[in-house]
Design a protein around this ligand. Structure first.
Ligand code: DC
Length: 230
């Protein structure tokens, strides 16, 4: 039986991965994995359960009681922890920080692997994150590394957060984004890197549609997925 096709999209936060992944999933009628939401759920759960976010054993122990549900939604994914909708909380900067802290821990990453791989079901999966092509789905048929300048990413993040009613300044976001980039890229386990076989796209001056178009062209070239979509 042939494997379920995966398109892996990795890159730093604010590069547009979420919107691109969502648009691709809609076009191809594929499932969607927002792996950042999985790490955010883990960070939030650990925080709310009083785990010490600097202590790996404490965070891993807290994950044993995590009951997370991810429901696809028009705006991305709705996330529930023990049946409670935490989608709004998940997008806060405090949760992003907690996610980035627990994401450096090898045992946390290992504990979240099965959860992420369980999204791989027919007819296919669009997976977005930091290590989708390098670690979680190394056999993905198309790998994309999507980046954008730090200024553009901070401006996009500010717009997203403002739309959700959160007040932020670009300068504080720039600082937070740079600190998280540094941690995501320099950590020992599954650091954010562009796989050698990844198509690299800088979305700084591109629209979501242009990025999607470029990825669909790459998909068509592989011939591994029939792109019979509009
Ligand atoms: O994409 P995001 O901002 O929602 O991700 C939140 C944090 O989770 C980010 O700091 C990096 C981490 N993360 C990760 O380490 N590996 C992934 N595959 C996805 C996210």
């Amino acid at each position: 039986m042939s494997k379920v096709p995966v398109i892996a999209i990795d890159g730093p936060s604010g590069a547009g991965k979420g919107a691109v992944a969502q648009a691709l999933a809609e076009k191809l009628n594929y499932h969607l994995l927002d792996s950042g939401a999985v790490y955010r759920a883990a960070g939030l759960h650990a925080m709310e359960n009083g785990a010490d976010l600097t202590d790996e054993a404490s965070v891993v122990a807290s994950l044993e009681s995590m009951r997370a549900t991810f429901i696809p939604h028009a705006d991305g994914v709705k996330v529930y922890l023990a049946g409670i909708d935490v989608t709004g909380k998940l997008r806060s900067e405090a949760t992003a920080e907690a996610a980035s802290q627990v994401a450096v821990m090898a045992r946390v990453r290992a504990a979240l692997l099965d959860e992420q791989r369980s999204f791989r079901t027919q007819p296919g999966l669009i997976a977005d994150g930091r290590d989708m092509g390098s670690v979680v789905f190394p056999d993905a048929c198309v790998k994309v590394y999507l980046s954008a300048s730090a200024e553009v990413r901070a401006a996009r993040r500010a717009k997203q957060l403002k739309e959700k009613g959160m007040e932020v300044t670009i300068s504080s976001l720039m600082k937070d984004i740079s600190a998280r980039d540094e941690r995501d890229c320099s950590r020992e386990h599954s650091p954010l890197v562009a796989s050698q076989d990844a198509l690299q796209i800088d979305s700084s001056s591109m629209s979501i549609e242009e990025v999607v178009e470029q990825i669909l062209l790459a998909v068509a070239k592989t011939g591994s997925i029939s792109v019979a979509c509009s």
